[in-house]
Write a protein that binds this ligand. Structure first.
Ligand code: IMP
Length: 424
């Protein structure tokens, strides 16, 4: 990947699940710090290390390699999940972790509220992961949240629970009709224990990140979810509750705007989406099923089949505007093997006009008709080591995307393994 600059942002440029884990893992080897700045255990990535397959939801992927891992203030942390992930890793490698005192904690009532919200929405549901992400971020904005600094202080935890729990219980039971069987005492007992276990990881992630960058160390910022699931700039309300775009780093860690010098956009050679929401290039036919099977497009976190569609350039142009990409890693090109023709959406037709970017307005997105360009199919074995070794048609497919977006595609991934990665 050429010369490594000290601050690298790895960002998903579609609807999540672009394969960020593989690229982060690839870079993590050379990084000093691997930092998560948003989201929670709604994310999922698979890392093969020490002869074992790890499925992480919360820990930055550098953890398996013994790198310093940071969970920044912008993350929402489920301590039950974190304790399990730590236990898993530490069977193989000592974990070097820091958690910011400002990080908000997902409490059991957040999970109940997430699922109750979805049940009420019925057919109009968002399709959340059910991990309590939205309600936890909502409580943070309402200033009713419990932060990591509170979790590790028994006295404050008891006080905060006393304030928040009775209201949550009433709301869940009376407004949502959900029976809450757990008590304030049960939660205090379990969570103060978790706090004791995790206390040793407390540290100011803003200070450490900032100092490390000043010392010219390499810091990798690993986003979860994707650009078009961003709470402000995604397809609202079919979005997550945090800010996966590169800008989320600054508020999620507490860092100055001038600090990031490399923004790598991770995108698949086609498009996928989990949960509800607009998807202009979606394939709902047998071809969609074929790509889903070939690409094993089933969620790491929930196991749900992912919706599948053609590559969408208006979506990616818009991602570039939101993130300021300096390069792209194109993932899963091999999955398109044996499919001909392959289509790329080059622009949309909206009310008789051709447009190049993704509209902000949900109604307009739903009316957009993709305009496609067709490409000849190809077959990739996964053994190709250089770009030139790829079939001519595959090279043309990549070069077309690059010329349309005017962003260099420096990495092409042609399989799940580390060695199945082509650098240009
Ligand atoms: P939440 O983040 O659980 O609230 O879910 C909100 C939306 O984001 C739903 O459509 C989810 O399917 C989607 N989502 C959340 N996390 C991920 C992810 O890691 N990959 C893909 N989609 C996600």
């Amino acid at each position: 990947m050429g010369f490594i600059l000290p601050a690298i942002s790895i960002v998903g440029i579609q609807f999540g699940d672009e394969g960020k884990g593989k690229i982060t893992d690839f870079f993590a080897e050379k990084a000093d710090l691997v930092v998560r700045y948003q989201g929670g255990n709604n994310a999922g990535h698979t890392v093969v290390a020490h002869g074992k397959t790890f499925k992480f939801h919360l820990l930055p992927s550098g953890g398996v390699w013994g790198k310093k891992c940071l969970i920044g203030a912008g993350v929402v942390l489920d301590p039950r999940v974190l304790a399990k992930e730590i236990e898993e890793i530490e069977k193989f490698k000592k974990l070097d972790l820091m958690i910011d005192p400002r990080t908000h904690i997902i409490m059991p009532y957040h999970n109940l509220q997430d699922n109750a919200n979805e049940a009420i929405l019925g057919g109009g549901k968002i399709g959340t992961t059910g991990r309590g992400i939205g309600p936890c971020y909502a409580d943070k904005a309402l200033r009713k949240g419990i932060r990591f600094e509170d979790l590790i202080d028994e006295k404050i935890l008891a006080e905060k629970l006393k304030q928040v729990f009775p209201i949550k219980k009433k709301m869940l039971e009376l407004a949502y009709g959900v029976q809450v069987s757990t008590t304030e005492e049960d939660i205090f007992k379990e969570y103060s224990e978790l706090g004791k276990k995790l206390k040793k990881y407390l540290g100011d992630c803003s200070i450490l990140t900032s100092n490390s960058l000043n010392e010219k160390k390499t810091v990798l910022f690993e986003s979860a979810q994707g650009t078009h699931l961003d709470n402000d700039f995604g397809t609202y309300p079919y979005v997550t509750s945090s800010h996966p775009i590169a800008g989320g780093i600054f508020t999620g860690i507490g860092l100055g705007l001038t600090k990031i010098n490399k923004v790598i956009g991770i995108g698949k050679a086609y498009t996928t989406r989990v949960g509800s929401g607009p998807f202009p290039t979606e394939l709902t036919d047998a071809l969609g099923d074929k790509i889903r099977q070939q690409g094993n497009e089933f969620g790491t976190t929930t196991g749900r089949p992912r919706r599948v569609g053609w590559l969408d350039l208006p979506l990616l142009r818009t991602s570039h505007r939101f993130n300021g990409l300096t390069e792209i890693a194109l993932m899963k090109l091999d999955v398109l093997s044996g499919i001909t023709p392959i289509k790329i959406c080059i622009e949309y037709e909206l009310n008789g006009t051709r447009i190049l970017e993704f509209p902000a307005n949900l109604n307009e997105i739903e009316q957009c008709k993709p305009v496609y360009k067709e490409f000849s199919g190809f077959s990739i074995s996964g053994k190709e080591k250089t770009f030139k070794e790829l079939p001519k048609e595959a090279q043309e497919y990549v070069q077309f995307i690059e010329s349309e977006l005017k962003i260099p595609i420096k990495t092409v991934s042609i399989g799940a393994g580390r060695e199945e990665t082509i650098q240009r």
